[in-house]
Design a protein around this ligand. Structure first.
Ligand code: DHB
Length: 393
C-alpha cells in the first residue's frame, strides 16, 4: 500500500513522537513507523530525568497533563564521597529545577496524544528501509507488515530510530564520520519496591565504584551500580546487589531493601555522527548520538534535536525558507557536543578507574574535583546549569 505524508518518521521514541507532535501543531503531516510493539515502547524503563525546558515544552504543547500530576520536581542533587553527601542546590544557585519522570511515561503520553489527535503511528513494522533522500525531493520509506509491502512517499525523512536503527546504518560510508569513546565500565540498574534513601538523587563516588540512587516514586527506587561493561545482570544475586549498594552508600544514608522488580546492564559510550543531515534525511536523538547515562542527557538531547528540526521544517513550509534546514546539523550539534562534554565530565568524575597506571592518581584527583565542585559556588553553578539544561536555541 502507498501512503503519503510531508514528513516520514522512523522510530516512535521520544524524538520521533515529539517531532510528530510538534509538526502536527504546525499543521505539517507526518507518519511514524516503529519496529517494536506499542506495549514494548510504553513499558521499557529508561532514564528518568527531564531538563526544565523539556518538561515545560511537554506542558506548553498540551502533552504534559500527567507529567504535571505525577512528575517529581527536584531542587537539586547530592554528590556523595568520603561517606558524606553534599547538596548541589539548583533552586538556590540558579532558581531552576528538574523533573523526575521516566522516558517510558513521556513515550506513553506522546503516543496517546498523537493517536488522540488523529496521528498515524504504525507499530510492529519490519524490513524498514529509506530511499532517494540524497537526490530529488521525494524520499521514500518502505516496510512490511504481516508480509505486506508498504511505502510512504514524503518530502523529508526523520531518522529517529535509535543507536541501532536502520537510518544511520543506511548512509553511504564516505558521507559521515563518527566520534566515539567507549568507557571501561557499565551500569547494573535495578527497579525495586523500596523507598529511595533520599527524596532527591544521590550520585556517589566510592573506591569500589560509582552508584546512583534515583527513584520512580516514594516507594519505588531506581538504583545503579558501576560494574564491568560485559557483565551479565543475572550473575548478580539480589543479596549481592543490595550488599554492594549498601557498601557504596555507607555513612551517607541508611538504605532500605525491597523486592527487585527488574535488573539489567547498560553500556557506557559516547558517540556522535557528523553531520546530522543527508539531503532530505535528518537524524535526531540516539540515531545520531549517544551519551553515557551519568546526568541523564540522552532523552533531553533527543528532544532538543527535534525542537530545532520542527522549527526548520515549519520555516520551510510556511515561508519556503531553507536556511534553518541547512543550519539544522550545525545548530543541533552545538548542543549535542555540550551534552557530550557534560556527560563525559560527570562520568569521569564519578566512576572508579580500577585499572591502568593512573588509577590511584585518578582517585585522588577525582576526590579533589568532587571537593571543589561541592564547595565552590562557581563550580556548583556550572554543574547546576548543565544539569537542569542549557538555554535552548
Ligand atoms: C536516572 C538515570 C540517570 O542516568 C541519571 O543521571 C539520573 C537519574 C534515572 O533513571 O532515574
Amino acid at each position: 500500500m502507498k501512503k503519503r505524508a510531508q514528513v516520514g518518521i522512523v522510530g516512535a521514541g521520544p524524538a520521533g513522537l515529539m517531532l510528530s507532535h510538534l509538526l502536527h501543531l504546525a499543521g505539517i503531516s507526518s507518519i511514524v513507523v516503529e519496529s517494536r510493539s506499542r506495549s514494548y515502547c510504553e513499558s521499557r524503563v529508561r532514564a528518568g530525568l527531564m531538563e526544565n525546558w523539556a518538561a515545560e515544552m511537554l506542558i506548553a504543547t498540551g502533552a504534559g497533563e500527567r507529567l504535571k500530576r505525577e512528575a517529581m520536581i527536584h531542587e537539586g542533587i547530592h554528590l556523595a564521597f568520603n561517606g558524606e553527601a553534599h547538596k548541589i542546590d539548583f533552586a538556590k544557585l540558579i532558581d531552576r529545577r528538574v523533573y523526575v519522570y521516566d522516558q517510558k511515561e513521556v513515550v506513553t503520553d506522546l503516543i496517546a496524544k498523537r493517536l488522540g489527535d488523529g496521528g498515524e503511528v504504525i507499530f510492529e513494522v519490519e524490513n524498514t528501509s529509506v530511499h532517494d533522500y540524497q537526490a530529488g525531493d521525494r524520499p521514500v520509506i518502505r516496510f512490511t507488515q504481516q508480509g505486506q509491502q508498504h511505502e510512504i512517499e514524503c518530502d523529508f525523512i526523520a531518522g529517529c530510530d535509535g543507536f541501532h536503527g536502520i537510518c544511520r546504518a543506511s548512509l553511504p560510508e564516505a558521507t559521515w564520520r563518527e566520534y566515539d569513546r567507549v568507557y571501561p565500565f557499565g551500569w547494573l540498574g535495578i527497579l525495586s519496591e523500596s523507598p529511595p534513601p533520599d527524596h532527591e538523587l544521590i550520585y556517589s563516588f566510592h573506591k569500589n565504584g560509582f552508584s546512583l540512587f534515583s527513584m520512580r516514586g516514594p516507594e519505588l527506587s531506581r538504583l545503579y551500580l558501576q560494574c564491568d561493561p560485559d557483565e551479565d545482570a543475572e550473575e548478580w544475586s539480589d543479596e549481592d546487589i543490595w550488599n554492594e549498594l549498601e557498601t557504596r552508600l555507607q555513612g551517607v544514608r541508611p538504605l532500605k531493601r525491597g523486592r527487585i522488580l527488574q535488573k539489567g546492564v547498560t553500556q557506557m559510550r559516547s558517540f556522535v555522527c557528523e553531520p546530522m543531515r543527508f539531503g532530505r534525511l535528518f537524524l535526531a536523538g540516539d540515531a545520531a548520538h549517544i551519551v553515557p547515562p551519568t546526568g541523564a542527557k540522552g532523552m533531553n538531547l533527543a528532544l532538543a534535536d527535534v525542537r530545532v528540526l520542527s522549527q526548520a521544517l515549519d520555516a520551510f513550509y510556511q515561508k519556503k525558507n531553507e536556511d534553518l534546514l541547512d543550519a539544522y546539523s550545525a545548530t543541533a550539534l552545538r548542543r549535542v557536543w555540550k551534552g557530550q562534554r557534560f556527560s563525559w565530565w560527570m562520568t569521569q568524575m564519578l566512576h572508579r578507574y580500577h585499572q591502568g597506571e593512573y588509577a590511584e592518581f585518578d582517585m585522588k584527583r577525582q576526590l579533589a574535583e568532587l571537593d571543589y565542585v561541592t564547595s565552590s559556588t562557581a563550580a556548583s553553578t556550572s554543574l547546576a546549569e548543565n544539569y537542569v539544561g542549557l538555554p535552548i536555541a
